[in-house]
Design a protein. Structure first.
Length: 199
């Protein structure tokens, strides 16, 4: 079993992200935990991560890695060490900012007819149900899938969203709230204006 724990500190409303090996300790011998500094410490692009695995899997991964690349650059390693061992106050401040932005984007998305937005317990995305928008005509173009709708939204409203097809079923869009309040408001306002312009 491979479990990605990259968002484990970015939870809201008292939700605690528990590792599968804490819940089912018997799985420890067959589980690979992966994480990194990209999300919690806003170090996306630094490419610093780790895995915790049974020794034989760790050795095999180290062998494979040695043929793929030499190592993470020294500056990134030192920055990651400083992030992991330094004061964690900024992490909590960022988590609180995300919690506030989560409320902002949910309020705005839920005001758009045809969009349903469940409350996420973690990370910094809303996975909105847009099935109520599919099949409509958008100034001469019809979006039958969330992929088609995402393309129209980007082309005609300048709003980027990841379509549900990237994760499985069509009918959903993933919106990030890892940006400023003004950008969130402008993006959802553009979405709302686009939705209003059917026909």
């Amino acid at each position: 079993m491979i479990t990605d724990e990259i968002y484990q500190t970015l939870t809201y409303g008292g939700v605690v992200a528990r590792s599968i090996v804490d819940v089912v300790p018997d799985l420890a011998g067959q589980t690979v935990l992966v994480s990194g500094v990209a999300k919690t410490y806003a170090m996306t692009g630094w490419r610093v991560g780790w895995m915790v695995a049974p020794p034989e899997i760790a050795r095999a991964a180290a062998t494979l890695q040695s043929y793929l690349c030499s190592k993470v650059n020294n500056i990134a390693q030192l920055a990651a060490l400083a992030a992991l061992t330094g004061p964690q106050g900024p992490v909590e401040a960022m988590r609180q900012a995300f919690a506030r932005r989560r409320t902002l984007i949910l309020d705005r998305l839920r005001a758009v007819p045809g969009v349903e937005a469940p409350t996420p317990d973690g990370a910094f995305y809303v996975y909105a149900d847009v099935r109520g928008l599919l099949g409509r005509s958008w100034r001469g173009a019809t979006a039958g899938t969330s992929l088609e709708f995402a393309d129209l939204l980007l082309d005609r409203a300048g709003v980027a969203a990841v379509p549900g097809e990237a994760f499985g079923p069509s009918g959903y869009l993933r919106f990030s709230y890892a940006l400023g309040d003004r950008e969130i408001v402008e993006g959802i306002d553009r979405l709302a204006a686009f939705v209003d312009a059917t026909g």
